[in-house]
Write a protein that binds this ligand. Sequence first.
Ligand code: CA2
Length: 146
Amino acid sequence: MRILILNGPNLNLLGSREPEVYGSRGFDEYLAELRGAFPGHRIELFQSNVEGELIDALQRAEREQDGVVMNAAGYTHTSVAIRDTIAWMKVPVVEVHISNIHAREEFRERSITGARCAGVITGFGPEGYRLAILYLLGRIPVAGHS
Ligand code: CA2
């Protein structure tokens, strides 16, 4: 299976600050572990701090990938444009947050993008990316999802 991990603004800074919220490792380390955990599957990473670049990546993913694991970071709470792109896609998108967005500031409670995703995983640290991939691979059967 071809899977895109799409990381939004500032996730390139993981490991450099706020270790109590986001852990102390950079995403490249998690990515190496994920690739090791899912041999035989192609897992690509695209990170951008630019909203339009994330939208372009989603549009490309519709042609080139079988599933997307997306952490839109701060755009989760603001981006109607990313939500509209996900709504247009047939390829499943799973939203992941490292922290529990419901246990932080009130403005993080609302995910604009999540409603158009297959599901939302929040608060399990980087393990959330692995859970999302398991779902995309059909290894977490969910009633009503084919
Ligand atoms: O918990 C998550 O995964 C978030 O998507 C992370 C976003 C935040 O805006 C969302 O509300 C929840 C922020 C990512 C920024 O990460 C940093 C990591 C280290 C240093 C600075 C920023």
